[in-house]
Design a binder for this molecule. Structure first.
Ligand code: GSH
Length: 216
């Protein structure tokens, strides 16, 4: 049967992107099922897959895992990942802290700058709270990159990079890169050039107009 990943709209679903990248970075073969969010029966279909009823949902040999962070932990526990959590205990703890912070915070950035891979880069008037989110993210990601020397947040590509990919897309699409460090700018360019990210972005761009309006 193998791994089965249920995702939402590629144009907007940042949580789906995180889980999808974790699988792709680690070259784990999986079957992808895209459910058009906010279509007539979407909620029931998600609830049938997991009682939490939100994408992403990973199904692995009868086990159903909802929530991007749980999926990261499940994969790290279940599979020998070449691009998992950092090998060093201190780095691993740090990477988990950053992912958890992203998972539970930065609400202003998430609300004011929803991930939209089809958006042509352009600035938007942002609240001080949103600019503060950008400032904080810039600070801790830059510290990571400076400490490890890159090319990814903890040296080698890992789950934590998949976790921050939607933020990098936001920095690009809302023309916020001028406000971040050269290290973070270079890292963003490097990440956005990865074939896996390009595949997702291309598919998101192609999503038909009807879905663009109906989904989030
Ligand atoms: N904390 C969750 C967030 C999941 C989430 O908000 N998913 C959204 C799409 S990105 C969703 O399923 N929306 C449809 C709904 O809530 O009915 C995670 O990390 O996976």
């Amino acid at each position: 049967m193998g791994l089965h990943l249920i995702i939402g709209n590629k144009r907007y679903s940042s949580w789906s992107l995180r889980a999808w990248l974790m699988l792709r970075f680690n070259e784990l073969p999986f079957q992808e099922e895209r459910i058009a969010l906010y279509s007539e029966d979407y909620k029931q279909r998600l609830l049938d897959a997991h009682e939490l009823g939100q994408v992403p949902i990973l199904v692995d040999e009868g086990v159903s895992i909802a929530d991007s962070l749980s999926i990261a932990e499940y994969l790290a526990e279940q599979y020998p990942l070449p691009h998992g959590w950092p090998a060093d205990r201190k780095d691993r703890a740090h990477a988990r802290s950053l992912c958890a912070a992203m998972h539970s915070g930065f609400m202003a950035l998430r609300q004011e700058c929803p991930m939209n891979v089809g958006r042509a880069p352009a600035p938007l008037e942002l609240s001080p709270a949103c600019l503060n989110d950008v400032h904080r993210i810039n600070q801790f990601l830059t510290r990571c990159l400076s400490r490890t020397g890159g090319p990814y947040l903890f040296g080698d590509l890992g789950l934590v990079d998949a976790y921050f990919a939607p933020v990098l897309i936001r920095l690009d699409r809302y023309a916020l890169l001028a406000q971040v460090s050269p290290e973070l700018r270079a890292y963003t360019a490097r990440m956005l050039a990865l074939p896996e990210l390009q595949d997702w972005v291309e598919a998101g761009r192609r999503e038909i107009e009807r879905l663009e309006r109906a989904e989030r």
